[in-house]
Design a protein around this ligand. Structure first.
Ligand SMILES: NC(=O)c1ccc[n+]([C@@H]2O[C@H](COP(=O)([O-])OP(=O)(O)OC[C@H]3O[C@@H](n4cnc5c(N)ncnc54)[C@H](OP(=O)(O)O)[C@@H]3O)[C@@H](O)[C@H]2O)c1
Length: 151
């Protein structure tokens, strides 16, 4: 999700600070991020302490306390969006807090597909496996950062 978010934000004209560990650093840079924070070297909230951003997109499940530290990075009147640990109900300073959950929007998906077809949105394929492997792929342990698949 972060890779798509970086590409779409850069395309929208945003100045993007992204988090990436060593394994995805080059990929995220290639997506156009203007600045990278290596979360494996320094916690993100510490690395960016004292800075403020118009929008903070939160894609990693962590503790409510760590999430609150990330909300501190949002500028007054800015936006905090999470797909993982929810932000606080009332963050103060005019900050809007949103929780994004999967939803079906055919028109939005078609728009994304059009961007992929046009070469404006890149999909990183981690691995190619035959369809017969589908069950094994689903049974594989979740990568770091992903919640376990419901059984
Ligand atoms: N709410 C919803 O509807 C919904 C839908 C889909 C996914 N999700 C959630 O959204 C999140 C992102 O999904 P995804 O599929 O993109 O997951 P993903 O492929 O596992 O990517 C997460 C990325 O976060 C980075 N990361 C891990 N720990 C970090 C930390 N402490 N600080 C900063 N970055 C860190 C990793 O970067 P490196 O590769 O550089 O190590 C990893 O590539 C997950 O938490 C997932 O559960 C929610």
């Amino acid at each position: 999700m972060g890779g798509y978010a970086v590409q779409l934000a850069v395309d929208a004209g945003a100045t993007v600070t992204a988090t990436a560990g060593p394994r995805s650093r080059d990929r995220v840079r290639a997506h156009g991020a203007h600045r990278l924070v290596d979360y494996t070297a320094t916690p993100v909230a510490d690395a960016l302490a004292g800075e403020r951003f118009d929008v903070v997109l939160h894609l990693v499940r962590n503790s409510p306390e760590e999430t609150a530290q990330l909300v501190d990075l949002v500028a007054d009147g800015g936006l905090f969006v999470s797909t993982a640990t929810p932000g606080p109900r009332d963050a103060g300073r005019g900050i809007r807090v949103e929780q994004v959950v999967v939803r079906t929007d055919a028109a939005q998906l078609a728009g994304l597909v059009a961007r992929v077809d046009a070469g404006d949105l890149r999909i990183d394929v981690a691995e190619r496996r035959p369809l017969a492997d589908l069950a094994a792929v689903h049974d594989a342990p979740s990568p770091a950062g992903c919640p376990a698949r419901p059984s």
